[in-house]
Design a protein around this ligand. Sequence first.
Ligand SMILES: [Zn+2]
Length: 458
Amino acid sequence: MKERACIYCGTTEDLSVSDIIPDALTNAKIRNPNVCRVAHNNKFSDMFEDKIIKSMALITNELDIKSSKGKKYASYPARITIDETEYAENISSDVELFSGKRIISTEDGKRKLGPMEEIRKFKEATDKNITIVDVNQIEIEKRVTLKLDVFFSNEMHRLMAKIAYEWYCLHNNITDRLDDFDSIIDFITTGNGSDPVELISNKEVYARFEQLSDFGSHTILSYIGLDDSVNIIVSFFGIAMYNIRLLPHPIDQCKYNAVYQMVTIDAKREQFCFYSMADLYKNLKTAFRKVCDLGGMDVIAPKNMDDTSLQLQMMYVNCYKMFQNDLMCVMEPTPQVLALLEQRMLNTLQTSALTVRGLKRFVKEHKEYLNTGLGLNPNGSNKKSIFMFYILFLVGKSEGTWQGLENVNDFIKETFGTDTINVSDELSKQLLLEMLETEGYFETIKAGAVAIENWKYE
Ligand SMILES: [Zn+2]
């Protein structure tokens, strides 16, 4: 038998480990070790991955995902209105705007904002054309443009094809290039040839996935189409879902065709791997036992209560017909699909999912500010940041009895009835007011920050 070789070109030389989903787009690594280093690992970055990573910066930033190679979170272009003037900046966090010696500019370069001592260094600066703004008292509005065309770009399609192909090979122990995959290999490596990737537009499919996927996670699964083709579905951050037609028919070397994997923003994974839908179904039937008879109706319960994949298997079974028949795939943007993507993107940006990583990042980025003792801006309108301050406030108020995220999550579930919260304007105002009206609230927030610094990662 031949030794391990690159699944794209068959070389046995200089193999490397490929991140199936690029490292900058997920905190959980899934890797394929059979990809040659230069031609089919490194070069993909320039060919298509970098463009997608850049255009997803706003999302990865909000979800606290960053490349393990880089120190900073990705930055994205934003328009910031301060005191009725609009500034254009690349930012990676809101506090960064006023930290250090940073100076920001309007698009025409005519107005600048920064610390007084830095502004005075401009030779044009005079007492007459400098105005003082107290950034802790005024409203700061941030606007970003959502660019949706990237979801239909050739680069995105190549990335989806790459994820599908490397993932399927990994789960089927394919360790060499097979001719059966000629077509998709050609598309991934050149961007030409027949494009096997389509965007799923059926809202029902998105809704079903949302029920069982963690917020901001990626899901990959395989299924066999009605025409006997092998297909992969990729749910990209839960924002866009794609169907990738991998093979016209199953092949002998690839036995696993009912495979599912979800990777979450806090690096957890859920997965199952079966030969076929029939095989999965057989397993599912034996996974439950009859508990009692309720007036002629069997009441059943899982034999292994710890098997969290059972729920996912049931979802897979229930959705199988929809995968085969009703994904409503599109190649070109339509107004309906654009509206769907925009809605999902906004939802992702406005939802606050709490992770230890995210909290620690928030504390780190606000440390300088917390030490100023200035207090919260009563006119602040950044809902996410108010919500995070509120969590710090709660942790501080617990006086050391809350020792991790479970305590926060329990409280949130009890108070709001859900795991993830879409912070509305009204709720945000209410939380801000509650803090401002509490005596010594800023000290409480600081105590919460110190506590969170000492929390352990899950
Ligand atoms: Zn290669």
